[in-house]
Design a protein around this ligand. Structure first.
Ligand SMILES: Nc1ncnc2c1ncn2[C@@H]1O[C@H](COP(=O)(O)OP(=O)(O)OP(=O)(O)O)[C@@H](O)[C@H]1O
Ligand SMILES: [Mg+2]
Length: 208
């Protein structure tokens, strides 16, 4: 098991967002989290990826408790990739500069490969406000993948993409998962089921 969460409960102040959720992911698994708006998908992703500390519950990465990981920032940069619902590229850096900022190896040839796979090699020297929403989203995907993390978390990664580009991204995720990367995404797009190993539904803070 690469990731294991037990008894995750989360309150925002007094509002219960997650209620005693258990979750596991195996190496190379491609998992989609679906469910109604406000059901708890983003909260669960934030907790699983160590960005948000749950009110209650335990998390383990490759059997090691998150609480025991000494340098959680270095751990995140190396082992985890994030694609956020709102992608947060830095506005005064070009797309390529944004990606190099995140890259541990700035000269890695993998950067060019990813640009090509995501279909945005032509806009790499543009600034985020000079490209479309879908291109920004794909730039954020390249940035999340650049250090070849063991787990990728993505919150609505295809929210701004048409069905052709969405399928490209799902294909990319699927091929990454087949080569051992674990992929966990939150989405409203039920078409994702053609690509995933497992779908879990989160509603009212509970897994159905
Ligand atoms: N930062 C926050 N502060 C307070 N309450 C929050 C916060 N973020 C989320 N919530 C609440 O927690 C619950 C779960 O929200 P969450 O964002 O996890 O849902 P979601 O399933 O991702 O929804 P969507 O599909 O709309 O993105 C909701 O009731 C929401 O209002
Ligand atoms: Mg959400």
């Amino acid at each position: 098991m690469i990731l294991e969460a037990r008894g995750i409960t989360h309150y925002y102040k007094h509002d219960l967002a997650l209620d005693n959720v258990d979750f596991t992911a195996k190496k190379g698994e491609f998992i989609a989290i679906v469910g109604e708006s406000g059901g708890g998908k983003s909260t669960l992703l934030s907790i699983l990826s160590s960005l948000l500390r749950p009110t209650l519950g335990e998390l383990f990465f490759e059997g090691k408790a998150y609480a025991q990981i000494k340098d959680i920032d270095a751990f995140r940069q190396k082992e985890i990739g994030f694609i956020f619902q709102f992608h947060y590229l830095i506005g005064y850096l070009t797309v390529l500069e944004n990606i190099k900022l995140a890259a541990i190896d700035k000269k890695s040839p993998y950067i060019d490969t990813l640009f090509e796979q995501c279909g945005i090699e032509a806009i790499k020297d543009k600034y985020p406000d000079e490209i479309s929403g879908g291109q920004r989203q794909r730039a954020a995907i390249v940035r999340a993948l650049v250090n070849a993390p063991k787990i990728i978390f993505a919150d609505e990664p295809t929210g701004n993409l048409d069905s052709h580009n969405s399928q490209n991204i799902y294909e990319l995720f699927k091929s990454l998962s087949q080569s051992g990367t674990t992929i966990i995404i939150a989405t409203h797009d039920r078409n994702v089921s053609a690509y995933t190993d497992k779908i879990i539904e989160v509603t009212d803070g509970k897994i159905l």
